[in-house]
Design a protein. Sequence first.
Length: 79
Amino acid sequence: MPIAVDIDVMLARRKMSVGELAERVGITPANLAVLKNGRAKAVRFTTLAALCEVLECQPGDLLRHEPDHATPEPAGNRA
């Protein structure tokens, strides 16, 4: 997937556990693990905002784009 999730990096910087973050954000540790491990299909803006508030960071500190290294589409075929 071209979107990488760096929640674990921010957790390490803040010396916070997954359980503590989940509790402070108001989501289950299982749902946080799905997001943290890059298996989530979507994330609500309210959840992203809560993560940023608790971790004292910006959305770009948690999410980054990693382009696929597949053959690029011609410019005329992009949506």
